[in-house]
Structure formats: structure tokens, C-alpha cells
Ligand binder design. Structure first.
Ligand SMILES: Nc1ncnc2c1ncn2[C@@H]1O[C@H](COP(=O)(O)OP(=O)(O)OP(=O)(O)O)[C@@H](O)[C@H]1O
Ligand SMILES: [Mg+2]
Length: 229
């Protein structure tokens, strides 16, 4: 029986723009279960990153609720949110998020370091999974954009999250590495975590269990998986 991992209830967020207000998220309801590999599509500026940041407790909605692992998460204090993010959530940021003064291996081990359980061997095994062991001792500035993105994915998986929120994780990748990442995320979902991935790449829908489209503040769901090639 699939377990509900994450839920947004009537989540709304608006930003002022000139003299007007843009309603980016308009009472968005969304549920993710164990085994879900959900793809979030939508035009640039439609609010994909905003929604992921709210679900990842990195930003607050104007109204609505976010339930993670069965508990109301927005009312947790900063310490509670940080603990939940560290123990159960993996987040892949859309833009370069590696710490420049740390090596690839240290970046990959960072969540475990923060949790007080560093283990470079484990971090190395995740890097190996993404074919990056040879990069382990490089600095982020010595990596290509795609390599950085793969390190960020490895880092997000370091603490074995139950929910992975990935914001355009394949945006800088060539088709071979895109396939590796999509297969990996799909396998993680099959193993029982929930994955929500924002992307512009409609090829990802072929791997998805759910395709969500965000447009004009509203989410539409296609459970049958549209395969767009
Ligand atoms: N801090 C902010 N202040 C004002 N407006 C913002 C802020 N953050 C986002 N926005 C606006 O909210 C809208 C949604 O932005 P968001 O980054 O969530 O879109 P997106 O779907 O992730 O786009 P992309 O596909 O380009 O990454 C955009 O119009 C953006 O300009
Ligand atoms: Mg975005």
C-alpha cells in the first residue's frame, strides 16, 4: 500500500510585479506517494521552482498547508524544518549550489557531515554510481556544468531521503547523462521513495508515474502518463 509522503493543500503564492500582483500558485493541491516519480512541467515562470521551494520548506506560501510524512510542516520552527530537511528530504537546486571551497567528495558528503555522521566512503559510492569517482578530489570550479549537476544530485541522495525534490536536475546534461539520471530517479521511486522533478524536458514523462503541469497558477494531473517524443 503506497504511503502518502507529501501533500500541498490549497497552497497559494503571489508576487508583486510592477503595480500588479502575479498569482504564481493558486490554491495548488498535490499529493505524492511512495513509488511516485512525478514530473512537473510548465512554461518558464509558471512557478515550478516556487512550488518545490515551498514543499522543501525553503519558502513559505501566502496561504495553504504543506504536509510532509503525515505532519503539518509549515508550522515547525526553523530547527524542526532543518531537521526534517536533513533527515528525510533531498533537494536538487536549479542553479549551481555546490560549496566552492569544498571538494566534490566533501560536497557529496555534506548532508551526512551536517547530520554528524560523515562517511566519505559512502559519499564515494554514490559518486561512483554516477560515474564520478575520478572527480572526487576536484573542486567545483574545475567541473563542467553537467558534472556539477550530477554532484548536486549525488549530494541530495546522501542521507537516503524519503522525498526527493529535484529542480531541473537534467537541465545541463547531455542525453546520455540525462538518461542515467532519469533511470536512477525512476529506480529510487520504485524502491519506495517519492520523487518530484521539475523539468522542461518532455522526454522525462516516459519515466514518470505522474505528469503534472503547472500553468496560470493551477496544476493539472495526467496519471496515465502522456508519452511525448
Ligand atoms: N523572490 C521573488 N520575487 C518576485 N517575484 C518572484 C520571486 N521568485 C519568483 N518570482 C516570480 O514568480 C514566477 C515563478 O517563478 P519560478 O522561478 O517559480 O518559475 P519556474 O517555473 O521555476 O521557471 P523556470 O522554468 O524558468 O525555472 C516568475 O514570474 C518569477 O519572476
Ligand atoms: Mg525554475
Amino acid at each position: 500500500m503506497a504511503e502518502k509522503i507529501a501533500e500541498t493543500l490549497a497552497v497559494s503564492k503571489a508576487y508583486p510585479n510592477g503595480g500588479k500582483t502575479i498569482c504564481v500558485l493558486d490554491e495548488v493541491n498535490l499529493s505524492l506517494y511512495t513509488g511516485d516519480f512525478a514530473i512537473l512541467l510548465g512554461p518558464s515562470g509558471s512557478g515550478k521552482s516556487t512550488l518545490l521551494h515551498i514543499m522543501g520548506l525553503l519558502d513559505l506560501p501566502d496561504s495553504g498547508a504543506v504536509r510532509l510524512f503525515g505532519e503539518e510542516a509549515l508550522s515547525l520552527d526553523e530547527r524542526g524544518k532543518a531537521g526534517l530537511r536533513l533527515q528525510k528530504l533531498g533537494f536538487v537546486f536549479q542553479f549551481d549550489s555546490l560549496l566552492p571551497e569544498f571538494t566534490v567528495l566533501e560536497n557529496a558528503d555534506l548532508p551526512a557531515m551536517l547530520a554528524g555522521t560523515p562517511d566519505p566512503d559512502k559519499a564515494m559510492s554514490i559518486l561512483r554510481r554516477f560515474g564520478m569517482e575520478e572527480l572526487a578530489h576536484k573542486m567545483p570550479s574545475q567541473l563542467s556544468g553537467g558534472e556539477k549537476q550530477r554532484v548536486a544530485i549525488a549530494r541530495a541522495l546522501r542521507n537516503n531521503p524519503r522525498l526527493l525534490l529535484a529542480d531541473e536536475p537534467t537541465g545541463n546534461l547531455d542525453s546520455r547523462n540525462t538518461k542515467i539520471v532519469l533511470e536512477d530517479l525512476s529506480r529510487l521511486a520504485k524502491e519506495g521513495i517519492a520523487v518530484l522533478m521539475a523539468t522542461h524536458d518532455s522526454r522525462a514523462t516516459a519515466y514518470a508515474t505522474k505528469v503534472l503541469t503547472l500553468e496560470k497558477g493551477k496544476i493539472s494531473l495526467n496519471d496515465n502518463c502522456l508519452h511525448i517524443n
